[in-house]
Every structure is written in structure tokens, then in C-alpha cells.
Write a protein that binds this ligand. Sequence first.
Ligand code: GCB
Length: 662
Amino acid sequence: MRKVELINDGWTWTSGKPYSDPEPVNLPHTWNGVDGQSGGGDYERMTCTYTKRLQRPEIAPGDTVYIQFRGVNSECEVFLNDESVAKHEGGYSTFNADITPALKMGTNILTVKVSNEPNDRVYPQRADFTFYGGIYRDVYMVILPKDCFEFGPDGGVPLKLSTKVEVREVVDIQLGGSNMISFGILTAATFPKARGDTRITVYEGDKEIAQGRAGTVFEFPNVRLWNGLDDPFLYTVKAELIVASEVVDEVVERCGFRSVEIDPKKGFFLNGKSYPLRGVCRHQDRPEVGNAISKEDQDEDMDIILEMGANTVRLAHYQHDQYFYDLCDEKGLVVWAEIPYISEYLPNGDENALSQMRELVSQNFNHPSIVCWGVSNEITIKAKPIKSVVASHQQLHDFCKKEDPERYTVVACYAMCGSGNPTARVTDLASWNLYYGWYAPLPAKGAFNRIKGASNKLKKPVGLSEYGAEGMPNLHSAKPKRLDNTEEYQCIYHEKHLELMKDYPGCWATHVWNLFDFGSDGRNQGGDPGKNHKGLVTFDRKIKKDAFYLYKAYWSKEPMIHIAGERFKNRVGDILNVKVYTNCKNLSLSVNGKLKENIKLENNQHVHTFSILTDIDKKRNEIIVRSGEMFAAAVFHKVESPDPSYTLNKKNKGNNYSWEKK
Ligand code: GCB
């Protein structure tokens, strides 16, 4: 039987700077946790060394010992006792280093040279996020017995589960009628390294429902579907390798059955029902730790997405931790997965883009949450669509379709990329990143109309892969303006987009940029350099900005009332405008304990602003908005002149609204 052991503890790290001494560290680790988020674009991109002493494990003849790395950014070479055993290029995927031939008795020294230095081959090299260097995800020692299931190609899953759903008419002879029934069709592939037999067992919960061999096509009538947020049901499949009547290796994977159709005019359908994809993009990093995040951090991110009521997440701009795709499967989020083929075409990078795609697809094949593979993001921002850019898109698309015909391919286009651009033509789906009302002084409606127009022209489904506006929870304005970085402008921006979404059913998916603020060391804005603040939630996940609650009001089924502008405490003037985000119908307003107003909102109305004429002598106004038992409260102060802390002064304003030329 295989053995798997987490080996995150007891490493040393030696900085790539001259005369550095080794420091003890536990993984996950990055050396850019601080300088990668402080601004200036000057974080250390260098080659550092990690080492760990490994006692030779007890192994039987024929066993293979691998060190499995779940994410090392961005390229590395692995040595055992000074002998090179593996190299890997690409900072976001899993790879396995076979250390068996180099293992000696007693203590062994494992060394990993990790580099995030610039180069011209490995994506990403240029993008609006920090490329934190380090071994920033888990590391395992995996011992495979002589007769075993090997890893799939490109570090892929050892048990590959293809699922499909077919709806068939079944005639009931006894009753004489007929019925439409969903059949789940499952084929399991394994990669055995032995002349044995494989036994595949399928479980529904704890109940065994079928048994067969690798390659068997299982058919399950009345299959319980993986049905998004409503019922993300997962089946469990176990593969056993049997040699001389003994089970010598075993692997377990989960899968789900679902059907997806995407119509250019009607949008996304899950299991035959309209299921408009409305959600967010996620970057994974956090303050101080960068990408070296924990499982608890990932659980927290998932809870925030679910609280908001989103039903989809674009896991941008690279492969995320397996743990997060697992969470998406379990919770029912529809996922757009992608590789970091982004912003700048590298003429020497085609091979790397393809290898990152091979890894993404092979390693994530079994996740029912994933519906599409993203081949590139804003690749034309720098490059003209020269032949090789288009050819590399074609190569990525062809690979995905061959390997995984059941899923779609997609591209996220840059605003200046027209629908006639050949890179927009290659994939099954297309989407545009459009910041109308932020970078561009244009109305949001223009963005949706462009999407509709592109869909008509390209004759395929087109979505809005990014839209967003900076919002700082400490900056406020009674007259919010584009590019002012206030929380209020961010709200208005998103209100406009949300109002319009329902009028564009063909827009197959919308993804807010971004759910969280994230590290982008080259940026400087909002008085807080080194970050992109388009998040609906702050970098440390502690403050949900007002715009977060706007989405919650639209999307969540959980009854809620939120008073926006609560942090905009000090207000000038006798009229106090209090904006409320809610999904309740009847609201009552009281000011300083006196009931002032009862209102009833229209169907589908989620935003209401109370204009309150405050008492002349009252400096402190306590507002309570109620609906039945539920209420939200906030206090506002009447002040003589605008609070200067709400505006950036010239010194701290920064003038760089984008990480690069937009
Ligand atoms: C984009 C990029 C994303 C940036 C974003 C922005 O279009 O795809 O990586 O972070 O714009 O905020 O400018």
C-alpha cells in the first residue's frame, strides 16, 4: 500500500542574497511576504535554497520514493545528496520528484533551489500581481509500492474519472407509460504499474452501488446530480490494485455527474435548467504570508464567497491549491480554472504554457465544479496577435479538447482587443475584462452591449470575465467620482452593473474583479502602495466593504439588511442620506429612537436611500433600519466641514492607477 506523509516541518531557507545564513523555516513559506506587498515593484526576485534532512524511510525492494510538491514558485531544481533529481518550471502546479535512485542509508539531504527571477520562458513574467517566491504549498513524501497505481501523466490524478449525464426515455412495460430518466455514465481510468487486476468500487455516501474494472462504463439510472449550490452531490470511487489475490495499492477520488450547456442567447444551463453564472474572481494571497496560506485561510475564503451568494468563482490567474477545488466541489461553486498565460506573450514560452495547461487539466480532471479551462488572460495587452500567439492558443485549445472533450475552453480578452481579434476566435467561449466606469469613462451598459455584440459576431457565448473598481474603506465622499478610490464610488459602480445583468441573459458568466484585495507590488494607489484594492473584501479579510453587501442583497437567500456608508461617519449638512442594501421587502427607519418612515420595496429592488432631514440640534444620529425581527444600526455625526481623513492628500495619493500601461 502507498504511504503519504506531510513533510512541511523542519526546513531551512537560505536567501539568495550574498552572505546569507540558513534560517529555520516550516512550510509553506515565501520570501516575499513583506516586500511583495509594500509597493515600488522592487521585491526580491532571486534564487534561494531550501534544505531538509530526511531519514531514509523503511522501504521494500521495488518501492519508489517521491517528494510531492504542491506549489513552488516559479521554477526549481530538486537535489538529493547533491544529485539533481528533478526540475520544474511553473509556480502553481503539483509535481513529483523521484528520489529513490539517490537515496542512501541514514540521513539524506534534500535541497531545493527555487527561483522567481525574471526569465523569458516561464509564465507569468508580467502581470498585476506579485510572484511570491518560495515553496509555498504543502510537500509530501509519497512511497509507492512496486506494484501500484502510478501518478497520471503530468502529475495527474492516478484515478481519472470521466463523467457524463444522459437523459433517456425509459418505457415502463408494466404501467405502459414512459419516463425521462437521467443516467450518470462513469468511466474510470487508472495507471497501474503491475500485471494485476483493478477493482473499481463506486459509493453513494457510504453505500456501495457498483463494482467493475478500470475501463468499465458504469451506468447509473436516476443518478443524483451534482447540482450547484442546491445539491453539490459527490460520489466516491475507489480503485484497488490486486496482484495474486492481494490488494497492493488503493486510491480514492470523488466525482460528480452534471450536464452543462451554454447558449449564446440564453446563457448557462446546469442539468438542463437556466443557471446564470454570477460570481467573483479570487486571488489567493494574504498580508505577510503572500501565497503561503493555510487550509483555514482557504476555508475562510470559501465561507465569504458562500455568504455573498455567488454561484461561480474564477480562480485567477493560475492553478489554485487542490484543497480549494475540493471545496468548490463540496459547496457547489461552478469554477473557471486557468493557467497564468497572461499579459505578455513570451516567444519562448509556448512550451511552458502548454505544460502548465497539461498539469492543470490532468491534476484537476475529476472536479465536477470545473466547467472550463482558461487558456489566456489579456494576452494582447502587449503583443499584436501575431501568428505564434494565435497558434499557441490553438495548441492549448486542441490539447484541452482532446484530453477533456466534455469541458469548454475560454479566453479572457483585454478591453482593447476587438471581437475580430483572432485570439478571441479560437476557444469555445470568450469573455472580456471590461472596466467601463473605472479605467474607461464609459457607462456600464456599454460593456454589456459590447459583450452582446461580440457574441453575435463570434457566434458563441461571451461573458464578462472581470469588472471592478477600487474601494478603500477609509476613503469617503458625498459626491463619489471615478478613480477617487472611495468606498462610495465602488458601490455606485457595482450597483450599475448589477442593475444591468438581468437584461443580458446571454452573458454566460460575470466575475467581479476581485473578491479580495491582493498584493501587486508595482501598484500605488489609495494611499496604500503594493496592492490592488478592487476587492469587495480587504486583503486581511477583516472588512467586508459596502459593495460586498450589495452583492449579498442581490444574490443571497439569507435575509439581510446592511447600512452602507457606516464608515462614512462624519457628514456635512442637514440632510443625511442613508443607503441600505437588503433583500427584505418592508423596511422601517428610526432616527434617535423615533420611527420616521415605513417603506415597501419593489420586487427585485435591493437598494434604497433614505433622505433624512436631521434635527438642527442633533450632532449624533442613531439610525436603525428594521424588517420584522431583523435590523441594522449605524451612527452618523453631523459635522461643520468635510472630514479631511476621508480624502487622500497630494502626498499620499500616488499617481499610478495601474500596474502597467493600460
Ligand atoms: C485586468 C487583469 C487583472 C488586473 C485587473 C486590474 O484586466 O486581468 O489581472 O488585476 O485588470 O485591476 O487592473
